[in-house]
Design a binder for this molecule. Structure first.
Ligand code: ATP
Length: 131
């Protein structure tokens, strides 16, 4: 059976390089399921989980934005951050979530709501993947 080499890279360095049967991720245009032999494409990713399937096992990564480049035998994900479940500090993510929620509920004019919304999305994504 054909496989895909998947490489995930962040500014801190490589997070994962391995072979899988299928990659599922959430691009800005919607869900993408990539199988070996897929036509080349580049797609911006949302703050979301990337699912990597091999035989009957699925691994997940919490990915923060960036984009994916697809070649028929290779998927490269370049993201601002990407964590495996075991590397996620759940307490840190819970604190980040609370902080972002407090900011979003605040009535102060000087709050950057977009920034707080993105921080909330990153924290919730980490909590979904890390638990
Ligand atoms: P925080 O407010 O807790 O710093 P953040 O969403 O602002 O969260 P990022 O800017 O997305 O953090 O990430 C900065 C670095 O910290 C990245 O290398 C990222 O992988 C890492 N990181 C952030 N939150 C966690 C977490 N809960 N567990 C493990 N690593 C994390």
């Amino acid at each position: 059976m054909k496989t895909l080499t998947v490489s995930v890279v962040t500014p801190d360095g490589p997070v994962l390089e391995d072979t899988f049967d299928m990659v599922s991720c959430k691009a800005e245009s919607g869900e993408l399921g990539i199988l070996p032999g897929h036509i080349p494409l580049v797609a911006p990713l949302t703050i979301s989980a990337v699912r990597l399937k091999r035989e009957n096992q699925v691994e997940q990564l919490a990915v923060n934005g960036g984009f994916m480049e697809v070649q028929p035998d290779k998927v490269t994900i370049l993201a601002q951050s990407a964590e495996k479940p075991a590397d996620i500090d759940v307490q840190r993510a819970q604190e980040a979530k609370k902080r972002a929620e407090r900011r979003l509920q605040s009535k102060q004019d000087d709050i950057d709501f977009l920034r707080a919304e993105l921080a909330l999305k990153r924290a919730m994504n980490r909590l979904n993947v890390g638990n």
